[in-house]
Design a protein around this ligand. Sequence first.
Ligand code: BG6
Length: 364
Amino acid sequence: GKDGYRHYMEKELHEHPVVIGQTLQRIIDPVTRAINLPEFPFDVADVPRAIVTACGSAFYAGLVARYWLEAEARLPVDIDVASELRYRDPPLVPGGLALMISQSGETADTLAALRALRQRGQHIVSILNVEASTMGRESDVVLGMVAGPEISVASTKAFTAQLSVLAVLTIAIGQARKTITEKRAGDMLAALLDLPSRAAEVFSRLSDIQSMAASVAEARDVLYLGRGVCFPVALEGALKLKEISYIHAEAYAAGEMKHGPISLIDRDVPIVVIAPSTILFDKTLSNIQEAKARGGRIMAFTDEKGAQRLSGIAEHMVILPDVDPFVAPILYTIPVQILAYEVALRRGTDVDQPRNLAKSVTVE
Ligand code: BG6
């Protein structure tokens, strides 16, 4: 049941902290903090490169993983949505790592890509919520999320669970490839293990998210901006808003805005910015100022330090707990998904069963 929540989506949003915690507990020893992944039938230190594929929200989790695997594990990564990858026929060196990401393990496009990648000699590692699924059976390694059943069509907790698994996998590959020092690995694991508490704090910002939602709910179009690992969070936010509120939304890498979508900006287009104070903050801020100068109404997700810089610029702010920039995409996803939910409530849509969408799409 919905446990007293109005929608499954609301219930599942509240499960983020617990699901992140459970997913991490399964693969990190709470005492020694050693990574405890299932046995791989190949050596991850030897893979020449990774190819990542998925659909929908799961694809955006893959986009975050690309930033992580490249920057932290120094592993070259190719990524595409499954329906394109399947027919692109990219040249692949046998022995590569294929990362498949799927909540259901049954999405037809992702499954077809899995089979094509297997035929091309890739090691198939799948990140799945439903482990007893077709993709589960056809993978060399299954990395389970511990998200529990996700009923709402729009993915919520499965997304942060996917990111939690991918973060740990990044550390494990980085350690195997000796690109991450023991000290750095310890800091990254500590930041992850701290996440359930930080995620729980997000819910104390609900009234700020609701005021932001009241503004966004009146818009016809919304622009989402982010840089680096927060660009996929912007993509996820825009997708969620489209899916459940039917408001047109687009996400752009913040630096790319001036190369096109800036022409759309006026008083009627809210600009939702994902802007934790990382090394990219100053660049994002100058993109925000460009938008502001053209009448754009800025809605910012940031932290205390970022908020000081954004005061007088942002019309609405949601101030989030300070976290290691490595885990920021996991934390920031939560309020961004809550925003979409709160907007959908104000638009009176069928939140759990949005029109034309299915939980698991089993046709290509
Ligand atoms: C969809 C859902 O069409 O399938 C999305 O509406 C989901 O929410 C996507 O992200 C992929 O599903 P799965 O099960 O492969 O993660």
